[in-house]
Design a protein around this ligand. Structure first.
Ligand SMILES: Nc1ncnc2c1ncn2[C@@H]1O[C@H](COP(=O)(O)OP(=O)(O)OP(=O)(O)O)[C@@H](O)[C@H]1O
Ligand SMILES: [Mg+2]
Length: 240
């Protein structure tokens, strides 16, 4: 369901923490309906990039256009209301609330059709339905991550941003997370995904960017990167 319309357009973005320049002029685009992944080693600037897109950090220069709105200087809550949802690094669920209460917190406004959205999420993530009355703090790590993703899609976003959804999970749970992300994408949600798990991310994505110390060093279709010797050696653990 990819079309050519650009949903997210980043041009020459620079982001600094004080005197340290973490993002040094990156440009990237995400088209409506695409799954795009950003790969990169620890400290490359992936989280910084995502936080700047969702308004949690401010760019030093460059521009970010989302769904035809220039959001470069917008506040995070205004960006949410334009249809962007960010599931941050680390599973941040409210431990003393139930699964369902956590999901309802993700609804941007509480409306009648939230019940329908809840059912949609329970279809994609059936484990959450089974455990809807359980306190989120007692879920396993993988279940908490599913809950974090479920909460992020409660607002029915146009763009879902995921920062390392598989971090710290066992391989069997990682499979479940990737399957859920794929199903979400198939319902028409555009996805921007950051992952250490490069191979799984490339299998899921349409296109990918590689970030190295604040700069984009490679970009292409996921197949191009999966077949690139440089990428295989640096990120996919293959030796030639
Ligand atoms: N609050 C901060 N203050 C100063 N420097 C920071 C801050 N947050 C991040 N950095 C630095 O910016 C660079 C990019 O960090 P970032 O968290 O974006 O990397 P990342 O690619 O997400 O890494 P990881 O894979 O470990 O999550 C790093 O060198 C980091 O030390
Ligand atoms: Mg990070």
């Amino acid at each position: 369901m990819v079309n050519n319309e650009i949903l997210l357009d980043i041009k020459d973005l620079h982001v600094s923490y004080g005197a340290i320049e973490a993002i040094k002029g990156i440009s990237l685009t995400v088209r409506r309906g695409e799954v795009v992944t950003i790969l990169g080693a620890n400290g490359a600037g992936k989280t910084t990039t995502l936080q700047t897109i969702s308004g949690l950090l401010k760019a030093k220069s460059g521009s970010i256009v989302f769904d035809k709105n220039d959001i470069t200087k917008c506040e995070a809550h205004d960006i949410v209301s334009l249809g962007m949802s960010h599931s941050p690094e680390g599973r941040r669920v409210f431990g003393i609330l139930t699964v369902e209460e956590n999901l309802m917190m993700g609804a941007y406004t509480l409306k009648d059709h939230d019940k329908e959205t809840l059912e949609w999420i329970y279809d994609i993530l059936p484990r959450l339905k089974e455990r809807r009355k359980q306190l989120a703090g007692t879920l396993s790590g993988g279940e908490q991550q599913m809950l974090a993703i479920g909460r992020a899609i409660m607002s029915k976003p146009k763009l879902l941003i995921l920062d390392e959804p598989s971090l710290g999970l066992a391989p069997i749970l990682i499979k479940g997370i990737f399957k859920a992300v794929k199903e979400i994408a198939q319902t028409g949600v555009t996805v921007l995904l950051v992952e250490q798990n490069a191979k799984a991310a490339l299998k899921l994505a349409d296109r990918a960017y590689v970030l190295e110390v604040g700069k984009i060093t490679h970009e292409g279709t996921a197949d191009e990167l999966l077949n690139s010797k440089t990428i295989q050696e640096a990120y996919l653990g293959k030796k030639h």
